[in-house]
Structures are given as C-alpha cells and as structure tokens.
Design a protein around this ligand. Structure first.
Ligand SMILES: Nc1ncnc2c1ncn2[C@@H]1O[C@H](COP(=O)(O)OP(=O)(O)OP(=O)(O)O)[C@@H](O)[C@H]1O
Length: 363
C-alpha cells in the first residue's frame, strides 16, 4: 500500500497542502516548527485514527478552525482507493473509504498499515508492558483475521468481570462469565504467542546488523503463570481480585520481554542503542507483514535518521530499500538524509511555515 496523493486541510499549521509522493522515499525538509512532523502525523491519523503526539483532536485542528480534513488516494494492486477522514472540535468523525461512509476506523487501518519510527519511540522498551502488547497486537491485527474480534470480545468480558469485582459480587456470579473469558483469553494468547515466536527471529536478523555486539532473546509472557491454566488462575485469584477490584492475571497483562547478556535491554542498552533496537523491531514488522501477506506498510520516520551515524543510516536505508516500502522521512537539513536517497523513486519536499513544495526529484 502506498499513498498516491495526500491532501491536508486545517491540520496543525498546514492550512491546505497537496502532495504527490514518490512510491519510494519521500524526504520532508524544513526548519524547526515548519510542519514536517505534522505531515507524518496526518498520515498516521489516516492509518490509526489518532495522532502519535496527542490524544486531543482539538490540538491538531488548526487554531481558529472547527475541523481538519485529510484525503488520500491509496494504491491498491492495479487500482486506487480514495479515503477521507475529517474530525471536528465537537468530536464528530467522518470517514469515507472508496466514496462510501465507513463506520469504523479499523476499516481504514486495515488497508493502511503504518509503522512509525521516531526519537521517543524507545519508550516501547523503557515504558510499561502495554506498549509491547500493542506492538504484538499491531502485527496480529494485520496477520490474523480472527484477532481483532477476539480482542474486542476479551476486552468486553474483562470490563464486565472487573465491574462485578468492584460490586463485590460472589464468585458464583463471575462463574457465568469466566468460562467465556477463559476461552477467548486463551485464543488471544495463542495468537500472540504465535506472532511473538514468528517475529523474534526477524528482529534478531535486523538487530544483528544494527547492534552486532548483542545477541537478543525474546520471551513472550502470556499474562499468567506458565504452568497454570487461566481458569484455575482466575478461580484461585478471586479473593485477591475482589480486594483489588480488578483482575490481576490474564492476557491483558501479556508482554514480550527482551534481554541481552542476561539483562533486560532497558537496563543494559544506551538510549541510542534502544532506539536502534526499536527501529529493528519496527522494520521487522514491516518485513514480516510483507512476507506473510504481501502487504506493504508505510514507514514514517520522524527526525530519527539524523540521530544515526553514517554507517547506521546506510543500514537503515538498505533495509528500507529491501522492503520497497513507501517512506516519509523528516529532517532539518537535506544533508542529514543524503544517504537515505538510494532509490531512484525518491522525492524531496521543502516545508516552510506550513507550506509544502516539491522542490526536485532526487536522483
Ligand atoms: N492546532 C494548531 N494550529 C496552528 N498551528 C499549530 C497547531 N499546532 C501546532 N501548530 C504549529 O505548527 C507547527 C508544527 O510544527 P511541526 O511539529 O510539524 O514542525 P516540525 O517541522 O516537525 O519541527 P521540528 O523540526 O522542530 O520537529 C509549529 O510551529 C506549531 O507551533
């Protein structure tokens, strides 16, 4: 999947812009505060239905305006698909896919897989397990058709169980819901286990290039005792859950634990190394998605390439090249990106005070 064109209206400092990006690498260059990240943020909005900088829609809508609107034409096989998303300050969302109103943002997400690589992205490793669960779930959303509905059912059942726990209901009342929670929880967990085992060797291969000094191990924790069945864990933990008012164990606690030299990576690696490992993890998801389903994801790389040394930048460029994915990279100075321009289908855009101009085709 690639964007054939993109239009932004009243998005951050961009009043109106239209881009016809290259199918390969697109460089967005401009001074601080010019609007480079806003372009990436807009593409992210199309794929995720949300920003990676704020959860408040009002922050993204141009000051003084009531709504932002994004349009894109996506390439799909030999065809193209128009999509549109508009959000108002009062919280209304309008979504159109192929000229028809779509109800769920997931409809758009399905056709537009996006990977974001940005300087704060290392919190995937230093932050809580929720982020690593989301990492696994991103992959499952695209590779296992049944995952999204299993995940939705599990969330509803868990919410219900926690509400009963807060009401101090007796175990026999939960007894009605628990078998359903267990069934869907185990289904979810086996999806995750399968994905974690499949993605780990792909990450290791890429990380061996970026960080050859480490050998990483990946350990999937499903969210409850390895030896025990979920039904038993819920039953035995009931009194404690009742005291806490929530369910302490289950797939909602799952995560992937990454170690090197016997230590959790977040305690061992430097910040720069953590960033490289996250970059390897994101590239691995793109590579795996492509190998499994033939689907391309779009890479958004915000202000990151400039942080890499020349050799690492070359490695990143080579991997992106191998993927053949559409890439949008922001930087302050084009010189920081010269090494990224390795493909003939690259374009350079200058961004200045919210105005975007395609300046030249990169050789
Ligand atoms: N809702 C809004 N309405 C209008 N302008 C906004 C809004 N939100 C942010 N801005 C402005 O838009 C610009 C957004 O800049 P953006 O973060 O995209 O810049 P950038 O080119 O990525 O900068 P840097 O290189 O410093 O990261 C900033 O100048 C900011 O003040």
């Amino acid at each position: 999947m690639a964007l054939l064109n993109l239009q932004l209206k009243d998005f951050r400092n961009i009043r109106h812009a239209r881009l016809v990006p290259a199918a390969g690498i697109n460089l967005l260059v401009g001074p601080n505060g010019s609007g480079k990240t806003s372009v990436l943020e807009a593409i992210h909005y199309l794929g995720f239905g949300r920003s990676f900088r704020t959860h408040l829609t009002g922050r993204v809508i141009q000051q003084g305006e009531q709504a932002f609107t994004l349009f894109a034409r996506l390439q799909r096989d030999d065809d193209s698909l128009p999509v549109g998303l508009s959000k108002t300050r009062s919280g209304d969302t309008r979504l159109k896919v192929a000229g028809r109103a779509a109800e769920r943002l997931a409809d758009l997400a399905h056709i537009l897989p996006i990977q974001l690589i940005h300087p704060e992205g290392y919190n995937l490793l230093t932050g809580g397990p929720k982020l690593r669960r989301a990492y696994l779930d991103w992959g499952l959303f695209y590779s296992h058709a049944g995952f999204f509905s299993a995940w939705g059912r599990f969330r509803r059942l868990l919410k219900q169980r926690n509400a009963l726990l807060r009401q101090q209901r007796p175990y026999r009342e939960l007894g009605y819901w628990d078998p359903q929670l267990v069934a869907v929880g185990e289904e979810l967990s086996s999806f995750r286990q399968h994905y974690a085992e499949a993605i780990a060797p792909v990450i290791k291969t890429i990380a061996a290039d970026f960080l050859p000094e480490y050998d990483f191990s990946f350990d999937f924790f499903r969210g409850w005792d390895r030896q025990a069945e979920l039904a038993r864990v819920l039953e035995q933990g009931f009194e404690r859950d009742l005291g806490l008012g929530y369910t302490q164990s289950g797939p909602h606690k799952a995560e992937i634990r990454i170690k090197a030299r016997g230590m959790p990576v977040q305690d061992l690696l430097s910040r720069g190394q953590l960033k490289l490992l996250v970059c390897a993890m994101r590239l691995a998801q793109g590579l795996y998605l492509k190998s499994e389903s033939g689907q391309d994801c779009i890479f958004l790389i915000d202000d990151f390439a400039s942080e890499l040394d020349e050799q690492k930048r070359g490695l990143l460029a080579a991997r992106l090249n191998e993927l053949g994915a559409q890439v949008f990279i922001s930087a302050i100075d084009v010189a920081q990106l010269s090494q990224m321009i390795t493909r003939d289908n690259s374009k350079l855009f200058h961004v200045k005070q919210g105005e975007i101009t395609e300046t030249q085709e990169c050789e």
